[in-house]
Structure formats: C-alpha cells, structure tokens
Design a binder for this molecule. Structure first.
Ligand code: NAD
Length: 487
C-alpha cells in the first residue's frame, strides 16, 4: 500500500465522514495494477447515520421543495458534472479500466440523465374528480421517502445517475451504495450535489461491501424503498431482505441478450452492430449482446466478416483515445470469465477467436468468439466479459425459440430489411427492449429494464419517476348536509 495515494471516505450529511470500522480498501487501476487510491469503507453505524441524515433531510425542507426548485437544482448538478467532464471521465476510466471514449460517452449520458429528470419534474401532477354529488376527490403525488440505492461496478457514475436523478426529482432522499471497487465518481457526485445547492443529507454515498453492510442498508427500518442494479443472484437476495419489513423494490439484473441476423439484412451493418453489441465495454454490460444468432443461409459469410472485424478492434490502454476495448475490472473477474471459456472448451465448444489469458500487466482479456451448442453453459449463463457465442438458425420460429431460450429478458437486436418480419420477431421475443437495425440501447425517455430474471422496474423514463412517488387520495365532504351515516 502506498501512503501517498488519496483516501476517500463515505459522504454523509454534506461531508466526508470517518467510519468507525477503519476498514480500508486499496483501489488499483485494472489496466496497470498501479494503486489509484484508498477508500475507507462504511460500516453499519455509518449506514445508520446516513439513513438518519436522509430522514432528517426528507423531514426538513426537501419534502416541501417544489418540482420547479428540484428541476433547477438537478440542472445545476448537470452543469457541475458537465464542467468536469474530462476529469470525471479520466477518473472513471482509470478506476474501471474501460476505454476512455466509452467512458466519455457515459459521463455525457449521466449529465443527460440529470437534465431529463430535471425536465420530468413537470410531469408530477395530481388528479381530481367528483365521485358523487357530495364528495370532491384529489390525488396528490408524494415522494416515497428515504431510498436505498445499490449499484454495480460496470458503469459507476451512469448507474448512480440513473438511480439518483429520478429519486431526487420525485422529492425522495437517498443513501447510495456504490460497489467498494468503484466508488470514486459516486463520491464526486455527492460532493457536486452539495456544490449545486442540494441540501446536505439529500444524497449520501456509502461505499461498502455488499453481503454485510449492503444487507444492513436493505433491511434498515428507516429505508422506504430499495432500488438495485446488479446480478440476478444478488437481486433475489435483495428481495428476500426487503420483504421484512415490507419495502418497495425495483431490480435491474443480468442479461444474455441476442443479436439476431436474418439473411435479408445488410450484412456489413449487421456485422458492425453485432461486434459493437458484444464487445463494447469489454462485454461487461447487462445488455451485452453476447449471443449472435444467424440465419443458416448467411452463417458462414457473416461469421467470416464478424471474426475479421473482431480481430482488428483495438484492445489496450484505456486512456488511449484509439482504444476500443480496455481491460476487465480485475484479474479475479478475468479468472471467472476465462473459467467459462475453459469449461466451454472441455464440453466441446469451438473457440474461434481469443480465449487465452494474455501475459503482462493488467486485467486484459482478448475478444473471444465461441461456437457452442444451445445447451452449453457459455450459451446460457451471463459471462460478463468479451465472450460471444454464435449459433445458426433455420427460420423465424427457430430464431425466436433460440432468442428466448434463456432465463433473462433484457434486450434483443434484430437485423432484417423486412419490416413485417422485424415486427413479428419483436412481438415474439421476451425482452424489455428490442432494437431493429441498430445496436444502441439507452435513450432518455425510453424505458429500460427487463423481462423474466432480468428484473422489474424501468429506468430512464417517465415511469421511473412514478417508482419514487406514492399516490395519496384525499376525499372532501362538500355537501351542506352533514356527513353522518349513523343518523
Ligand atoms: P453484484 O450483484 O455482485 O453487486 C452489485 C451491487 O450489490 C454491489 O454494489 C454489491 O456490493 C452489492 N451487493 C452484493 N451483495 C449484496 C447484498 N447481499 N446486499 C446488498 N448489496 C449487495 O453485481 P456485480 O457483479 O457488481 O455487477 C454485475 C451485474 O450487474 C451483472 O449481472 C449485470 O448484468 C448487472 N447489471 C444490470 C444492469 C441493468 O440495468 N439491468 C446494469 C448494470 C449491471
């Protein structure tokens, strides 16, 4: 451990705090193994004080802020992030090991998330009616309360933005738990929220381990709602923990999403889109299109071009603007990814490209393309690395059957020139989002989330705001005659 590397601390009620546990984690740049800093992790007492701070802020002026005021504050926070775009991108790229060009896009996306939900506050409105001659009904939207938000390591700032922006727009207060390996930009976000004028205690950030301190946060009696992004296994555990006392939960979980290429597609576009969908962010994306399904007729032609294009993608130094794919998050994660490839090989899968752990520093893994049967583990389970499987199909029915042959249902990308076919397949695929003739996944206002074990709840859209709002019905007796049912 170097003594000179900066030390980050949990951010509670407007300042960095010293957790009693004294547990320190050393962050290393995944691409070089060099130390990046140290983090004092939150313990259970620190989480208790963060929840208390969030409750105080909720019961203080924050609950009474108008949507217009919150909109202005969220725009200011977006401005603060935007003015530090370069510094945030560099910090994130060094912490996660991802290509700087990808990370720059993520920071822009985080800025847009705050702008989108700043505008969305205009949609917070109630209803009224006269259910009968004597009664007037009003429905008010009120914030759910104190929200615990738990995010993973793969898009630290962006996932934090997706969670925090709608919660604050709705008038909730937040305790955000980033992954202990990637807390730096979330901590910056909390500092910048304060700079933007968001009161202390509205956004608290507690880097902490998941199973102990994270569980404590989910179970905490002072938390009204839990929003989680992470693996399907942990999502199940979060549901169990949140069940007693009953809490509202939303889960954004894993995926094993397909790219489906029909023979009538523009093959060059389909190849480029399939490569991007599989390998962007080194495949460490929930919506990675990690299975490529190709119609028999063009399978060989497609595969040849897919392999050629994958071979020339530049994997390397994340800070080099020409790099397309950086390193994985850690060498431990690389072991896990390689384990899938090794077990696949042992079970008879053909590794057509990559599949070997490179020598040298950094958690790099080559782009890997595997031909494997339908029931192989590598085809069915989320690898979360730059590993893609390819499978042929005969016709539309088989394409849909293969696309749906997974416990997940987050995303699907289709390539075809036939609009009727595109609609038929989109209707048949069990996925939260279907992209037709492009590989892109997330846009402000387009609900993002999963079917099946990819979770429930939707991010980045107006309906996300509703997840942080309760409806309160108020009935007023308006008749001159008294409302005495026992008279
Ligand atoms: P993970 O489930 O291991 O961890 C996610 C977060 O949960 C971390 O902050 C971790 O510390 C915390 N955690 C772990 N156990 C916990 C517990 N018992 N109680 C409370 N918190 C706990 O996931 P990961 O490996 O960090 O992230 C990768 C996974 O996230 C992949 O499966 C990926 O598909 C998924 N993901 C989904 C989306 C989406 O929008 N659907 C987006 C990004 C990532």
């Amino acid at each position: 451990m170097t003594t000179t590397s900066p030390v980050s601390r949990p951010f509670v009620e407007g300042h960095a705090v010293e957790p009693g546990s004294g547990v320190v984690t050393v962050l290393r740049e995944p691409a070089t193994g060099e130390p990046l800093g140290q983090v004092l992790l939150a313990d259970e007492t620190c989480v208790d004080s963060a929840v208390l701070a969030a409750r105080r802020a909720l019961d203080g002026p924050w609950r009474r802020t108008s949507p217009v005021t919150r909109s202005r504050l969220l725009h200011r926070l977006a401005d603060e992030l935007e003015s530090r775009h370069d510094a945030l991108s560099l910090l994130e790229a060094r912490n996660v090991g991802k290509a700087i060009t990808s990370v720059r896009a993520e920071v822009s996306h985080a800025v847009n998330t705050f702008r989108y939900f700043a505008a969305a506050t205009a949609a917070i409105e109630g209803k009224s009616s006269r259910p009968n001659g004597a009664l007037a009904f009003q429905s008010f939207r009120e914030p759910v309360g104190v929200v615990a938000q738990i995010v993973p390591w793969n898009y630290p700032l962006l996932m934090a933005a997706w969670k925090v922006a709608p919660a604050l727009a709705a008038g909730c207060t937040v305790v955000l738990k980033p992954d202990p390996a990637t807390p730096l930009t979330a901590l910056r976000l909390a500092e910048l929220a304060l700079v933007a004028g968001i009161p202390p205690g509205v956004l608290n950030v507690v880097p902490a381990d998941g199973p102990h301190v994270g569980s404590h946060l989910v179970r905490h009696a002072g938390v009204d709602r839990v929003a989680f992004t992470g693996s399907t296994v942990t999502g199940g555990e979060i549901m169990r923990l949140a069940a007693d006392p009953v809490k509202r939960v939303s889960l954004e979980l894993g995926g094993k999403s397909p790219t489906v290429v029909f023979a009538d597609a523009d093959l060059d576009d389909a190849v480029a889109g399939a490569v991007w969908g599989a390998f962007t962010c080194a495949g460490q994306s929930c919506e990675a299109r990690s299975r490529v399904l190709v119609e028999d007729e063009v399978f060989d032609r497609f595969l040849e071009r897919f392999l050629d294009r994958s071979r020339i993608l530049r994997v390397g130094d994340p800070l080099d603007p020409d790099t397309v794919v950086g390193s994985l998050i850690s060498t431990a994660h690389r072991e896990r990814v390689h384990g899938f490839v090794e077990r696949g090989r042992a079970a008879g899968a053909q590794v057509l490209l990559g599949g070997e752990v490179p020598q040298g520093a950094g958690a790099f893994y080559p782009l890997t393309v595997v031909l494997a049967p339908r029931d192989a583990e590598i085809v069915r389970d989320e690898v979360f690395g730059p590993v893609v499987t390819v499978q042929p199909f005969r016709d539309e029915d088989e394409a849909v059957s293969l696309a749906n042959d997974t416990k997940y249902g987050l995303f699907a990308t289709l390539w075809t020139r036939d609009p009727g076919r595109a609609q038929r397949i989109a209707a048949g695929v069990t996925a939260g989002t279907v992209g037709i003739n492009h590989p892109y996944t997330t846009f402000p206002g387009v609900p993002f989330g999963g079917f099946k074990q990819s979770g429930f709840g939707r991010e980045f859209a107006l309906e996300t705001l509703s997840e942080y709002l309760e409806s309160k019905s108020v009935l007023t007796w308006t008749s001159r005659r008294p409302a005495n049912p026992f008279r």
